[in-house]
Design a protein around this ligand. Sequence first.
Ligand code: IPM
Ligand code: MG
Length: 361
Amino acid sequence: MSKSILILPGDGIGPEIVKEAVKVLEHLREHHGLAVELSEALVGGAAIDATGRPLPEDTLAQAKAADAILLGAVGGYKWESLDIAIRPEKGLLGLRAELGLFANLRPALLFEELANASTLKPEVVAGLDILIVRELTGGIYFGQPRGVRTLENNERQGYNTLVYSESEIRRIAHVAFQAAQKRNKRLCSVDKANVLECTELWREVVTQVGTEYPDVELSHLYVDNAAMQLVRAPKQFDVMVTTNMFGDILSDLASMLSGSIGMLPSASLDVNNKGMYEPIHGSAPDIAGQNKANPLATILSVAMLLRYSLGEAALADKVEAAVKQVLQQGLRTADICAEGETPVSTVVMGDAVVKALDAIA
Ligand code: IPM
Ligand code: MG
């Protein structure tokens, strides 16, 4: 039976990179037996322009009905002055919340061909393979109350709430422990338990859940130390699990270990492994429409989609191998290009991946 994939290109470089990822999906459908139906809808700034809202009801309904969702990126200068409640980012956050996509998997993997693209020394990052498991539907991103209020002295005060219930911590901990079981069996939980009660509870609950996974070695770090360790000696980590906001920050940091934020895919999963897949980078409005952006993070997100939501592990392997092959061929978009090398365009990179798919057994 054919599976349905909803494509949400979004804003900025979103449409360009998603187009290359769709080429990959279509090629797998035409030539490698993948049974999928693709449809497209609006989200983010593009949806605001067309309907006044970042997450139109029609888009949400289509997202709920689809087997998986592929998203580009949202946001841009054009919408920055809008009220925060209706900005493009709310489209993305609304999808995460409405679809219950609480488990965000962000692998930071260094392709050996790119060891020189990292700003860190090659020996520090060579062989890097970390999985960041970020809680995605709770914490300070969604906590109530929130807002800006005016105090008695007429000064304004902004406030947000960091809140996690035990069940929210428990379910993301299970995801992380199970991911660690399939990898090198080490899990580092990141919190700020020395200052924030909420993450003191986080540490306690993760430790409790850990008793169910005696084969996984659990450690804990405060987030400031974790950031430092990620830059100092990143290869000490296997799986990391953390809150929504800490995960947002640490995953951008980890992306640079792998050479470029343009390389890293992500999966956001619900309890049934239905998921939304997107590159971890943003909409990069400064280079939008210039055919310069790196489509590989989005193409690697297609691989995750095939693996986690469609159960097509062999095709996922094929897409990852194709990406590796184009890197071996020396193709580099501007973000991963060393001095003296000539960058290729978004479209050339996408076409090369499609071509490589057929060369892989
Ligand atoms: C990410 C992004 C989003 C986030 C923004 C665009 C709302 O930075 O997916 O990491 O903060 O979660
Ligand atoms: Mg982010």
